[in-house]
Write a protein that binds this ligand. Structure first.
Ligand SMILES: [Zn+2]
Ligand SMILES: [Zn+2]
Length: 78
């Protein structure tokens, strides 16, 4: 792949310089992460995450209260 080089056993993305131990991980980075617009918008603020997992972390750290309230509302509606 033209977007990466193998250096000292690490696969390096030439676009941003990140290095990965596995080619598969680098390919994932190139496909879903590198140069991509964040694809997972937070519903509580204008933040957009690049990965579903980082959105989860963001919401757990920044919106613990909102998450708790949402769950509570769903419970009372039942
Ligand atoms: Zn990259
Ligand atoms: Zn947020």
């Amino acid at each position: 792949m033209a977007n990466s080089i193998l250096f000292l056993g690490r696969y390096i993305c030439i676009r941003c310089g990140r290095s990965y131990g596995k080619k598969y991980t680098l390919n994932c980075h190139l496909r879903y992460e590198c140069g991509m617009e964040p694809q997972f918008p937070c519903k509580y603020c204008p933040y957009k995450a690049k990965r579903r997992s980082s959105l989860k972390v963001h919401q757990l750290t920044r919106h613990r209260q909102e998450l708790f309230l949402t769950r509570k509302t769903i419970d009372t509606n039942r």
